[in-house]
Design a protein. Structure first.
Length: 240
């Protein structure tokens, strides 16, 4: 599934597992997620306090503990990592050494649909600028880097998922859904009020993927781009 950020036409997508959004100008540029650390263990809070601006920025630099064993923090053991019937997936911080993998995945999964939609080639320099400036993590499946996800969380409480890309061999296995559910748990835990994705109008597969996750179509001011959002204000998530 591919997404695009709010102010640029640089966007791409190849299906439910590949998502790329870009932002330029007053926004950010193409690519995004959270970094190191583990959220404290606690049950569903009786009342969630919306964090102040500074708190939200600090939270956006941490990897939350997964409440679903489908996605576990790096290095988890025992019951936290127990998923006997599911492949082990975790998110780890993006590093300089991952750039080649991100370029390869983007060229294979995003570039074709981007050109089909907009009629010109995706600028990889713009993509990598976004990946570096956004919160980007690698998706690791059974100890193999299978894809990446990037996001931007702003002070208004909106989390824009700019990219969720999985290699072809890791698509149609439910990995994209498991990652998106983990991001939603983190968004709720950190006081976000809405998740947002931008998808090429021709990319029906990604649109169906987002709909299945509870996203609905919103107003779009960008040609050939579908904006989809999901409200988090009514949700309660248990963090184990």
């Amino acid at each position: 599934m591919s997404v695009k950020n709010r102010t640029s036409q640089t966007s791409a997508s190849t299906g439910p597992t590949s998502l790329l959004h870009s932002t330029t100008g007053k926004g950010r540029q193409p690519g995004e997620l959270l970094t190191a650390g583990v959220a404290p263990n606690r049950k569903t809070p009786a009342k969630r306090r919306r964090p102040r601006s500074g708190e939200r920025k600090r939270h956006a630099g941490r990897i939350a503990a997964a409440s679903d064993p489908a996605v576990v923090p790096q290095g988890a053991t025992g019951t936290d990592a127990a998923a006997p019937t599911l492949a082990k997936i975790y998110l780890r911080p993006f590093t300089f050494e991952d750039e080649q993998t991100i370029v390869r995945l983007t060229q294979a999964e995003i570039m074709p649909v981007f050109k089909e939609t907009y009629g010109y080639d995706l600028d990889m320099a713009t993509v990598m600028n976004y990946v570096r400036s956004a919160q980007t993590r690698m998706i690791v499946v059974e100890e193999q880097a299978a894809g990446y996800v990037s996001l931007v969380a702003d002070d208004s409480g909106k989390m824009n998922i700019g990219s969720l890309v999985l290699g072809n061999e890791h698509q149609r296995k439910g990995y994209g859904t498991r990652v998106m559910k983990q991001l939603e748990r983190e968004a709720v835990e950190y006081g976000m009020v809405e998740m947002e994705v931008y998808i090429q109008a021709a990319n029906k597969r990604s649109q169906e993927f987002a709909k299945a996750l509870g996203f609905t179509e919103a107003q779009s001011f960008q040609p050939q781009t579908v904006v989809m959002t999901k409200s988090l204000t009514q949700q309660t998530v248990a963090v184990q």
